[in-house]
Design a protein around this ligand. Sequence first.
Ligand code: ARG
Length: 459
Amino acid sequence: MALWGGRFTQGPDQRFKDYNDSLKFDYRMALEDIEGSIAWADAIFKAGVLTEQENTDLKKALNELLAEVEKDIDSIATAGDEDIHSYVERRLIEKVGNLGKKLHTGRSRNDQVALDLKLWCRKAVSDALKSITKLQKELVKVASENQGKIFPGYTHLQRAQPVTFAHWVLAYNQMFERDYQRLLNAKALMGTCPLGSAALAGTAYDVDREALAHDLGFDRATSNSLDAVSDRDHVMELLSVASISMVHLSRLAEDLIIYNSGEAKFVELSDKVTSGSSLMPQKKNPDALELIRGKCGRVVGALTGMLVTVKALPLAYDKDLQEDKERLFDAMDTWIDSLDMTTLVFEGIKLNEQNAIDAAKGGYSNATELADYLVGKGIPFREAHSIVGRIVLYAISKQKALEDMDVSEYKEFSDVISDDVYPVLQLENILAKRNIKGGVAPAQTKIELEILTKQLSER
Ligand code: ARG
C-alpha cells in the first residue's frame, strides 16, 4: 500500500520503484518509527484530534506491532513497502482498520524520518560508547600487566628512544578517550526533537512540541521547521567522529602489524585473530588488523559521501537525503565491529619481552642520554650533540653498543667521560629519569593507571 497515489493516473514503473524504495535499508529504524508514532498519537490526542479511546486503541496496536517487530526486525526488509513509514502504517491499519489512517494527521514523512534517524543516531552513540569503553578497559588491563616492560620507541620509524609497552598501549587509550569525549559532545548536539515540523512549515495542529520532545527523551523541540526537516548535521558529525576513531584504529593496526612481523617479532598475535595461507603452510597472517586498517577507508568514504550529498542541497527536505542512511548504518556497524575486533586482538596479545629489549637496545637509542650526560658535565647541548654523533659513528664502525665501549675509547672524544657513564646508558635508568606527568617512567605509568582504572570503572 502506497502512502500517496490520489493525484496519479498511472502506477510507478517497477524500475523506478526499485530505485526509489528505501525499506530494504530503512527497516532498521522500525523501532524508532513505532516509538515516534506512539508519542505522536499521544500528542494529537492532547491536541484534540483523537478521542481517548482512539488513542488507547492506536497505542495498543502500535505496542503489539513493536513486540512483533522486535522479534524479527530483518524480515521487514523484504516486505515490499516503499519505506519503513509506509510499512508501519500498513501494519497498523491491518490491526485497527480505518482508525490507523488517522495517525498521520498533522505529520509528514519529512519530520517522521528526521525523528527516526535522530533517535537511531542517539542509540548508535550509546552502542559506540560501550564498545569504546570495553576497548579502553582491555587496553588498561594489558598496560597494567606489562608495566615497566621495555619496548623500542620510534620516530620516522627509526628507533629513537626506549619506551615501555604499557606506555605505547596507553598512548592509544588517549586517542580512544578523545573519541569517547567527541561522541559525548556529538550527542549533546542531538538533543532537539524535529517531530511537529511536518513537511517543512510546522504542523497546523495545536501540538505541545516541548512535551512531545520530552516524551521521546530529547531535551527540547527544534526551533525552526525548515531546518529541522533537512538537518542531518548529526549524521555528518557521527560519521566524522567514527572516521577519526577509525583513523586511530588503523594507526594502531599498522603499529601492531609491524610489531608482529617476522622482522620485528616484538608481539605475537593469537590464533583467534589471525588466519593461514591456502598455499604457504607456515603463514599466520594478521588479517583482523589488516581489515581494521582497510575498513578505515570505508568509513571515511561514508563521511565524504554524506558531506557531498548535503552540499548545496536547497532547503528544505529533498529526496537526496534518503542517501544518508545506508552509509551511516554501514559506517556505524563497521566502526563498532572494528572497536570490538581490536578488543579481541588485545585479549590474546603476547609480548616477546626479549626481542623488544634487544630492539630497544639496538639503534643507539641511548645516544640522547649520553648527550645529556655531557650536558651534566658542563658541555653546551649543541656541542654535546655533535660529540655524541661522532661517538655513534665510531661505535657503528666497531659494531659496538655505546654501553660496550671502554672509557679509554670515550676519552678520545671527550675527557669528561668516566666510569659513571655506564649506569646512565642503562635502559631502566633512561626510563626512570622521565618521571614527569606524561613521561615514560614506570612510576608515572603506575599513577596514570590508577587514574584510568578509577575513571573507567565509573562508565
Ligand atoms: N524514505 C524517505 C527518506 O529516507 C522518507 C521521507 C520521504 N519523504 C518524502 N517527502 N517523500 O528520506
